[in-house]
Design a protein around this ligand. Structure first.
Ligand code: FAD
Length: 292
């Protein structure tokens, strides 16, 4: 959205294609407290403000999913899921990241029947139920803080020896009084009939397999970049993030930029993603000027 705003303000003929507005901010379960200008704001409110700002600019907006990106000569060709085709002289990829799946038996079968990747969307469905949050980082702990408004009991299953959430989140989770943290836990299986009835994890120290009866599993083990449509035009690092020039966010393909969580930048935050969106749009403008 920031790239769209900046590109339009440079008077570039701009098309923004997106599956949805908000991206990962829509999954944010507790208030955002680190975006300058807003001491505390919900994800939904911040998205609305971004979208309102974007829609004030001269930007065409297509609600669609990009499935293929090609470059022939100096032109990019974009293809979408609904079979639309677009042509442009420059492209900014800002497709962020999707939640990383667990890849254990039962995960796919129970999506929508107990397995969720969005506590903000599905948390209220688990009133008075027992659930597990997989992942003991900040996202996992924030999910627990949100879920504690509904769930009766919450397990945090952390693969490592200790949880990685910051002290403040740990303190807030402790205060809820109904959370059990299990470390060294390797999730092995999600099971049930129509809905989840339990999970099996292995205690990585004792190697024992333990069954936990519960009704919901929230997956919070990080994310994976959404890049499949661009794989022929960019290089990736070992985490499948797009390699870019720091100064311009340009990829190895001239005229193709990648901004935000989708690129190799270490700090995945709203403010850094927005900053890179601005940087990429201004660099795209310079690129087009040089083409003239
Ligand atoms: C649970 C959680 C809590 C967080 N809390 C904070 C916080 O408190 N403060 C903070 O600064 N950051 C936080 N973050 C990180 C922050 O949300 C991200 O850094 C930021 O959203 C990255 O923005 P982005 O635009 O690069 O990507 P995204 O937010 O991932 O947005 C990508 C967009 O691209 C669209 N898209 C993807 N693929 C395609 C395609 N093929 N075709 C068309 N459109 C596509 C998506 O629908 C989405 O709209 C949090 C993240 C999570 C998951």
């Amino acid at each position: 959205m920031t790239a769209g705003i900046y590109a339009a303000r440079q008077k570039l003929n701009t098309l923004l294609i997106t599956k949805a507005f908000g991206g990962q901010i829509a999954r944010k379960a507790v208030a955002i407290e680190n975006y300058p200008g807003f001491e505390e704001i919900s994800g939904t409110e911040l998205i609305k403000k971004f979208e309102k700002h974007l829609r004030k600019q001269k930007v065409d907006i297509e609600r669609d999913e990009v499935t293929k990106l090609k470059k022939i000569g100096n032109h990019f060709f974009v293809q979408t899921k609904s079979k639309n085709r677009f042509q442009s002289k420059t492209v900014i990829i800002a497709s962020g990241a999707d939640p990383r799946p667990l890849e254990v038996p039962g995960e796919k079968k129970f999506i929508g029947r107990g397995v969720s990747y969005c506590v903000q969307c599905d948390g209220p469905l688990f009133a008075n139920k027992t659930v597990a949050v997989i992942g003991g980082g900040n996202a996992g702990f924030e999910a627990v803080i949100f879920l504690s408004n509904w769930a009766k009991k919450i397990y945090i299953l952390e693969y490592g020896e200790r949880v990685k959430a910051d002290a403040e989140n740990q303190e807030r989770v402790k205060k809820t009084g109904r959370v059990k943290i299990i470390t060294n836990a390797a999730l092995k299986k999600i099971q049930g009939k129509q809905f989840i009835s339990s999970v099996i994890y292995q205690d990585r120290k004792t190697k024992k397999e333990i069954t936990l009866p519960l009704e919901g599993v929230f997956v919070e083990i990080g994310s994976q970049p959404s890049t499949s449509f661009a794989k022929d035009l960019v290089d990736f690092n070992e985490r499948d993030e797009i390699i870019v020039e720091f100064e311009t966010c340009e990829t190895k393909t001239p005229g193709l930029f990648a901004a935000g969580d989708v690129n190799v930048g270490s700090f995945k935050q709203i403010v850094t993603a927005a900053g890179e969106g601005a940087k990429a749009a201004l660099a795209a403008y310079d690129y087009l000027e040089k083409l003239k």
